[in-house]
Design a protein around this ligand. Structure first.
Ligand SMILES: Nc1nc2c(ncn2[C@@H]2O[C@H](COP(=O)(O)OP(=O)(O)OP(=O)(O)O)[C@@H](O)[C@H]2O)c(=O)[nH]1
Ligand SMILES: [Zn+2]
Length: 196
């Protein structure tokens, strides 16, 4: 899912049926006391975890202010929690998002950067796409001169299963505009992001 929001409500009974099937398939008894309400719980949990599919990210950045500020604005260590689209297992870490306002000097509320992360993270994702989507939307909606987004995450699908390497961190970046064109600006922003 890379496009706009999905219409309509999450089909909870359908998820419940699917979870019951999974429990049966792994050899569990979905009717035993501890599991009887699990399909309904999982359905509600998925509705929450994928709530970003039903939100238009463009609506997050509707509040902008004139500030006459034409230098870097950087918010570091924004919590990221998402689900990888390959295994539907969590990946978790932090996002660092910076931008340089465009010629009109418009800025956005700091919380909106975190809200933007939230909308895109609450969808089945890969870390690379999550990073680019954040950068692209900021670039276009803020008419920014430059945007840099860096995400550092740990993927449970690499830790709990498969290769089982706990603690490996994946770092992805997306640079747009001035940060792409000017190595010096990019290096300055990067040193603020990772030089701590
Ligand atoms: N690039 C990228 N890969 C991811 C992300 N999340 C999970 N993956 C990887 O997606 C890949 C899926 O590979 P497949 O070979 O199709 O699936 P698999 O057999 O379960 O792979 P293993 O995890 O190696 O056991 C794995 O290498 C995962 O580590 C992500 O955000 N970005
Ligand atoms: Zn995965």
């Amino acid at each position: 899912m890379t496009g706009g929001p999905v219409e309509g409500a999450v089909d909870l009974p359908r998820i419940e049926r699917a979870v019951r099937e999974i429990l049966l398939a792994v050899g569990e008894d979905p009717d035993r006391d501890g599991l009887i309400r699990t399909p309904a719980r999982v359905a509600r949990a998925y509705a929450e975890l994928f709530a970003g599919l039903r939100v238009d990210p463009e609506q997050v950045l509707t509040t902008t202010f004139e500030a006459d500020h034409d230098e870097l604005v950087l918010v570091r260590d924004i919590e990221v929690m998402s689900l990888c689209e390959h295994h539907l297992l969590p990946f978790k870490g932090v996002a660092h998002i910076g931008y340089i306002p465009g010629p009109d000097g418009r800025i956005t509320g700091l919380s909106k950067l975190a809200r933007l992360v939230e909308v895109y993270a609450r969808r089945p994702q890969v870390q690379e796409r999550l990073t680019s989507q954040i950068a692209d939307l900021l670039m276009s909606k803020l008419v920014a001169s430059g945007v840099i987004a860096v995400l550092e995450c740990e993927h449970m699908c690499m830790e709990m299963r498969g290769i089982r390497k706990a603690g490996a961190r994946t770092i992805t970046s997306a640079v747009r505009g001035l940060f792409k064109d000017q190595a010096k600006s990019r290096a300055e922003a990067m040193s603020l992001i990772i030089g701590r």
